[in-house]
Write a protein that binds this ligand. Structure first.
Ligand SMILES: Nc1ncnc2c1ncn2[C@@H]1O[C@H](COP(=O)(O)OP(=O)(O)OP(=O)(O)O)[C@@H](O)[C@H]1O
Ligand SMILES: [Mg+2]
Length: 218
């Protein structure tokens, strides 16, 4: 059986130690549209997203995407990362001194950088119409979070990885973002989301917990 994402017996050591963070971790994604990953602070949730994104390749075991092995040479994964993966990191990684539009363009490749219409459409989708020219340093934390979501979605990735995407939001904005995530699944993007919130995990159709160095279906 070929899965969209298939992790086989992943073993990962903490850098510069012999301590295992993951040991015989397995994961197969196919039917689910959205998956929540929970687990204690330090259990390795962010590290797991980095492996799935193809950024972290220092592990033992096998990672297949649609049956094709993801190389452990990060340079060979650039195309996979650029074409397939959208990622929203825990600290958004936005450039504070640049405007909203410039930050969203970071999500696009060189050829499609001038698609201002698409950027406007995406900004409306995340509830920030007319925000193109605002500077990141002059918008709120929740607004910045939505810019990070727009940047991750602008290239319509097959997979959206989101690390605590609603962590800094009030309840109403959180609900709006969750509604947005439901809509992107209609675009064919599958969502893998790390969250501490049970309410947020509830909206996903698959639930996992990182525990005892493994990913366990919940
Ligand atoms: N670059 C690094 N060098 C050394 N240790 C690291 C590094 N990155 C992460 N770790 C360690 O790996 C473990 C897992 O970290 P990770 O960030 O994946 O946890 P997490 O589950 O995302 O936690 P949180 O819920 O707090 O975000 C932690 O013990 C952390 O200290
Ligand atoms: Mg984390």
């Amino acid at each position: 059986m070929i899965y969209l994402i298939h992790l086989h017996d992943i073993q990962k050591k903490l850098p510069q130690t012999d301590t295992l963070l993951f040991d015989n971790l397995n994961f197969a994604l196919n039917g689910h549209q959205s998956v929540a990953i929970q687990g204690r602070s330090g259990s390795g949730k962010t590290t797991l997203l980095k492996i799935v994104a193809g950024f972290d390749t220092r592990y033992n075991g096998l990672y297949e995407f649609k049956g094709v092995t993801i190389s452990k040479n990060p340079k060979k994964n650039i195309k996979f990362r650029k074409d397939t993966i959208g990622i929203i990191t825990q600290n958004y990684n936005l450039l504070g001194d640049r405007n909203v539009q410039a930050n969203i363009q970071l999500g696009l490749n060189e050829q499609s950088k001038n698609q201002n219409k698409d950027i406007e459409k995406m900004l409306s989708l995340v509830g920030l119409p007319g925000y193109s020219t605002k500077k990141i340093s002059e918008i709120s934390g929740g607004e910045a979070q939505r810019v990070a979501i727009a940047r991750a979605l602008i290239k319509k990735p097959a997979i959206l990885l989101a690390d605590e995407p609603t962590g800094a939001l009030d309840e109403k904005t959180e609900l709006e973002i969750l509604e947005l995530f439901k809509n992107i699944q209609n675009l064919g993007t599958k969502l893998i989301m790390v969250t501490h919130s049970n309410a947020v995990a509830e909206v996903c159709d698959g639930k996992y917990v990182l525990e005892n160095k493994r990913l366990i279906s919940n």
